[in-house]
Ligand binder design. Structure first.
Ligand SMILES: [Ca+2]
Length: 310
């Protein structure tokens, strides 16, 4: 099984803003030497690929002084890193093609890099992909996982993955964000759901003034202002905390929906309409509304800061 966890704990002293850039001849860097040959010399984290001219096998490496890189201090003391918190900020810095890149999503740890997948073409781009499922891959990721695994993220950036609830919270808080969901069902039908508002709460609940009280469920999800072609498959789960095999935060008194319905972590109520983390090849992997019912082969969720309300 491909099981490359996102490198959440990887800290760098200083980080470059040159990640994800290719050489002028289009070749993809495979190591720090290639990065240097491509003209980037700063110490920091970079995206590299397993094979030349193949952007399907991206990973993140650290190139330090022993690799011939240089420490370059910026005037503001941030030592060179792009500081992009999401794919929208990378786009603003010039990234205009879909693909992997490095962001710094954690407000409390702005030096911590994360390898993510960016969509810079759909609806103007600027999207950070938070979930991807695709049953056409050879070596599929198991989405029946623990609460801690869903918190940290799992899977392989080039294939199917879940970016992690701590990251989703960091990406969607505090600025207003939108969510773009795409699906493909077993018959090949495709469509999208667009939510102009999407937010995932922190692991530890906090009160929004005068509304919820102090005990919000972990990673509570809010979404709204739907438009799309496949119906609002998230509405029923709106306002729910995140449940997994080993942590029941749904509102079903008798069962843990995550445990009974395939093992995927999700914002279950009692239990769900849309479920994008269910096992491949089962009707637990589905998008369902009053007017539509899709059993899925592919799904993707991605977020970006809202341009309409900041
Ligand atoms: Ca329950």
């Amino acid at each position: 099984m491909k099981l490359t966890y996102f490198i959440l704990g990887l800290l760098a002293l200083v980080i470059s803003d040159a990640s994800g850039h290719q050489a002028e001849d289009g070749s993809s860097p495979r190591n720090c030497q290639n990065i240097r040959e491509n003209g980037f010399v700063e110490v920091g984290h970079y995206v590299v690929y397993n094979t030349v001219n193949n952007t399907n096998e991206a990973t993140m490496i650290y190139c330090g002084e022993k690799d011939g890189m240089q420490l370059v201090d910026k005037e503001d003391g941030t030592a060179g890193r792009s500081g992009a918190r999401n794919c929208k900020e990378l786009q603003d810095q010039g990234m205009n093609q879909d693909g992997p890149n490095i962001i710094y999503p954690y407000p409390d740890h702005p030096e911590t890099p994360l390898l993510v997948l960016c969509d810079q073409t759909t609806q103007g781009g600027g999207w950070t992909v938070i979930l991807r499922r695709d049953d056409s891959y050879d070596d599929l990721t198991d989405f029946a996982r623990t609460f801690e695994e869903y918190a940290a993220g799992f899977g392989y950036i080039n294939y199917d993955f879940y970016i992690g609830n701590d990251v989703i919270h960091a990406l969607t808080n505090p600025s207003q964000n939108e969510l773009w969901v795409t699906i493909e069902d077993l018959l090949g039908e495709t469509g999208y759901a667009h939510y102009q508002y999407f937010h995932v709460n922190a692991r530890e609940g906090y009160a929004r003034e005068g509304y919820y009280g102090n005990n919000l469920p972990p990673y509570m999800m809010d979404c709204g202002l739907y438009e799309g072609t496949i119906g609002d498959g998230l509405e029923y789960q709106n306002g729910m905390g995140f449940s997994t095999l080993d942590q029941d935060n749904d509102v079903h008194d008798d069962i843990n929906c995550a445990k009974t319905d395939g093992g995927g972590g999700w914002w279950y109520r009692a239990c769900y309409n849309g479920l994008l983390t269910g096992p491949y090849g089962t009707d637990y992997f589905r998008w369902f509304t009053e007017d539509s019912y899709y059993i899925l082969s592919k799904a993707q969720m991605m977020v970006r800061p809202s341009s309409t309300c900041t």
